[in-house]
Design a protein around this ligand. Structure first.
Ligand code: 26W
Length: 822
């Protein structure tokens, strides 16, 4: 046996799992603390967290390796999830839960008089995402591992994640999130699998000795992509999948240049430019801003990931590639993959174009996450030309062949050709990334029934007419491990007592709760747990917002990114209406605590004004002695994954109030429902499916439907609503009087103007009356404690279909077609 093979065999051996008893864990913990970290028991808790994380990671290693070994089977088809964002949050608690280590770990810590919760709280959130799309990717990874599916997540290892938000005088202020500062104990750097990614340069065309034409991309600036692997443990099934995040680093040529005395500083500056690629996550959610660095990031992720997959394919017949590999594109952000795979197959593997196209088109699948026009990515052709010249050539050729198909199918329909072209003509020619993703994929899906049908009828209509069989729906979900079992341990205990173990990975079993809604004893236990969770939430609010919430009040919560289409403004108008009611002596109202939280994109002025208004209204309401305990309003700063783990368990009323047709799905709505909150919502996104699952009696529906929104838009006259509705008029009058900005005259004029404009795309005032009336129905229901607890139980009972296990099972059955382990 030669040495290399020997080493390889040795590498391929499985390793044994470590003993998971409290004694061993306690010992290992001390060893990490004393011998690895060089700290001692009385040190800052953050080091205790590091020691615990290392101990936990050690326990994942054997299964991680065995899973990886299993995936080396050449007969195994694999999926590659490409996403610019993974909003993971904390990992320790989740890994302890999934690997059944929580109890021995707790016991081990008790020996040192350490509370496990205190240590868990020291873990910084990995905020490598903006909002829904990034969190969905994280939930998907959890479900893929739990279902034993060979799926690897590919992403970027941003040095700075989503900014931290703090509030100064009511305004949002952003602070950098240097989440890696103290090190990241979950990751393993694997420089041996580094890839090189090219930028810039020019393209040479040639004919080879066999007479085949070829292209050479030369004089490029190269950047090295170094992978960092993070283990993703399935729920108690010994499967550990991988999230592979790329870090940009300068090539060794840069280092050589550094020695080139003359240009030392210049060389180091170039090195920085290379490493800048993965420096920071763009904090825009749903607005595309056309920055060159963003395109660099997208290509960097895509090229490194595709090369990594091809590296693993090396030595196998390329004709079989699509049989064993599938890529899921998380929105258009990685859609350059369509052209990059063509480049790798045609230029590097020297495949004929037609064969490469057949392969490429058979292994790409695209998920759309938004219909908002401002979110649709378009890149200027000249930016492409200078940054990725060879990819632009490839896109042009894809486009030429595609448009020939369109012309053949619809002869003479020039307008259709113009609409469908991958290149948008105009003063600035642009590449339409969504069109590229559609043309290059065998599957295109939306993320809720309504959203997928709007894609087919609207945005993607031309493409649907051409390839109806490519379009499908995959309604989103959330992982019940993090969002129920981990976030809500008391409720989880009750569920296990009632339904037996196993609901965590088979959420449809929650249906078994339905009959218990009629059981007074069960309702009482349910309410005790909810009360405990509400106290926990009240503590969180007191700590971060300095506002006291009384757990016996109705907890009314809207947390999500701040965006006009999500209509936090409608919520605020309702708060002002309640304030008016209290002032006019209306004694019917129930005590209510309203919580709002979320980040505004730093450049989104209107969204920042909404944050300011929420804070100002809160300040006025909370300090008004006449209001007292009847109404409290808080804005929780720096809303993130770990805060949501507390918030969703203590919420009574979940606000999902987007303008119908604008919220593709929503996933916060599912976290709330699963934990027993009742939704007040519009007929939008996954709200519709939540309503269907739980029934009209257990959901507060209001507002215009998507078709009504569309029909009303051309003749929308907000003033008519104001004239016809004294409550609305009073709310606006109070706002306009400067009551909430007495020392800051005029600051809300823009916001108020947008509400009153016939061009308000979100048509907030059209839904005001319906919203206010429905909120009153909420209060009637709340008065009846028994009815409310019934609704709460029935919401949890009906939440089974919103597990990402169901979502991922559908992706697998209809798109990926992978064989599960085991
Ligand atoms: C290029 C800027 C940009 C950045 C992010 C454009 C668009 C996005 C995302 C598509 C925004 C997003 O997170 N969309 C959300 O995706 C969730 C998961 O599918 C859905 O539940 C939300 O409704 C949708 O807004």
């Amino acid at each position: 046996m030669n040495n290399e093979l020997g080493e390889e065999l040795c590498l391929l051996q499985p390793i044994d799992p470590l003993p998971a008893d409290a004694d061993t864990i306690a010992q290992d913990f001390r060893r990490y603390l004393d011998y690895h970290l060089g700290r001692f028991l009385g040190c800052d808790t953050v080091y205790l967290y590091h020691a615990l994380a290392y101990v936990t990671r050690d326990h994942l290693m054997a299964d991680w390796r065995n899973t990886w070994l299993h995936y080396q089977d050449p007969q195994l088809r694999r999926a590659h999830y490409l996403s610019m964002e993974y909003l993971i949050g904390r990992s320790l608690g989740n890994n302890l839960l999934n690997c059944e280590l929580a109890e021995p770990m707790r016991e081990a810590m008790e020996r040192f008089s350490i509370r496990l919760e205190d240590v868990e709280a020291k873990e910084p959130d990995a905020g490598l995402g903006n909002g829904g799309l990034g969190r969905l990717a994280a939930c998907f990874l959890d479900s893929c591992a739990t279902l034993g599916l060979p799926v690897i997540g590919y992403g970027l290892r941003y040095e700075y994640g989503m900014f931290h938000q703090h509030i100064e005088n009511g305004h949002q202020v952003e602070d950098p999130d240097h989440w890696l500062r103290d090190g990241h104990p979950w990751e393993i750097e694997r420089p041996e699998f580094a890839q090189t990614v090219h930028f810039g340069g020019r393209v040479e065309h040639f004919t080879d000795a066999q007479g085949h034409e070829g292209a050479r991309w030369t004089d490029t600036e190269d950047v090295v992509a170094v992978p960092y692997d993070i283990p993703i443990a399935g729920y108690r099934n010994k499967v550990v999948n991988t999230l592979r995040l790329w870090n940009a680093s300068a090539t060794s040529e840069f280092n050589l240049m550094e020695f080139n005395a003359g240009d030392y500083a210049e060389a180091v500056a170039l090195k920085n430019q290379a490493e800048n690629i993965t420096m920071v996550l763009y904090p825009n959610d749903a607005t595309e801003n056309g920055k060159e660095l963003r395109l660099r990031q997208q290509y960097f992720l895509t090229s490194a990931s595709l090369q990594d997959v091809l590296r693993q394919w090396d030595g196998r017949p390329i004709e079989d590639f699509a049989k064993f590999n599938v890529f899921q594109l998380n929105d258009t952000h990685p859609s350059i993959a369509v052209a990059e795979l063509m480049r790798l197959l045609v230029d590097e593997k020297r495949l004929p174009w037609e064969q490469a196209w057949e392969i490429s088109r058979s292994c790409m699948a695209y998920t759309n996450h938004t219909l908002l026009p401002e979110a649709l990515e378009r890149w200027p052709v000249n930016l492409f030309e200078s940054l990725l010249p060879r990819l632009l050539e490839i896109i042009y050729r894809i486009n030429a062949e595609f448009l020939a198909e369109v012309r053949a199918r619809w002869p003479g329909d020039m307008e259709r050709v113009r609409r469908m072209s991958l290149i948008e003509e105009g003063p600035v020619r642009q590449v339409r990334m969504a069109w590229l993703a559609i043309v290059g994929s065998f599957s295109i899906n939306g993320v809720a029934e309504l959203h997928s049908s709007l894609l087919r009828q609207g945005l993607f209509r031309d493409f649907y007419e051409m390839w109806p069989e490519r379009f499908n729906n995959k309604t989103n979900g959330v992982t019940p491990r993090r969002w129920l079992a981990h976030a809500n341990p008391h409720l989880a205990g009750l569920l296990t007592d009632t339904l037996g173990d196993g609901w965590q990975a088979d959420l449809a079993r929650l249906e078994g709760l339905r009959p218990l809604a009629d059981d007074a004893g069960f309702r009482e236990r349910w309410c005790e747990i909810r009360h405990y969770n509400k106290q926990r939430l009240a503590d969180l609010v007191a700590h971060y917002a300095g506002v006291r919430f009384d757990p016996s009040a109705l907890f009314d919560v809207q947390v999500k990114r701040i965006h006009e289409y999500k209509r936090q403004l409608l919520n605020i108008l309702h708060i002002i209406h309640l304030y008016n009611c209290i002032h006019s002596g209306d004694e019917e109202r129930v005590p209510r605590c309203v919580l709002i939280g979320g980040k505004a994109a730093p450049g989104y002025v209107r969204a920042k004004e909404i944050v300011k208004l929420a804070n100002n209204v809160a300040a006025v309401v909370n300090s008004d002695p006449l209001v007292g305990e009847r109404l409290k309003v808080a804005f929780i700063p720096n809303y993130n994954v770990s805060k949501m783990e507390v918030i969703c368990t203590g919420t009574d009323l979940s606000e999902q109030i987007s303008t119908a047709s604008k919220e593709a799905s929503g996933t916060g709505n599912m976290k709330f429902m699963m934990n027993g909150a009742v939704t007040i919502g519009t007929y939008d996104g996954a709200n519709i499916e939540i309503l269907q699952a739980v029934g009209e009696d257990n959901f507060f529906l209001f507002g215009l439907h998507a078709d009504e929104v569309a029909a009303l838009r051309p003749q929308y006259e907000p003033q008519q609503y104001i004239d016809a509705d004294p409550d609305l008029a009073a709310v606006l009058q109070l706002l306009e009087s400067g009551h909430f900005n007495a020392v800051e005259p005029g600051i809300f004029d823009g916001l108020i103007g947008s509400l009153k404009s016939p061009h308000d795309p979100w048509m907030t005032l059209a839904d005001f009356r319906s919203y206010i009336d429905t909120q009153q129905r909420v209060e009637q229901a709340w008065h009846d404690t028994e009815r409310w607890s019934r609704m709460s139980i029935l919401n949890t009972a009906a939440s089974g279909m919103f597990s990402t296990d169901r979502t991922i099972a559908e992706y697998n059955a209809e798109i990926w077609r992978l064989k599960a382990i085991g």
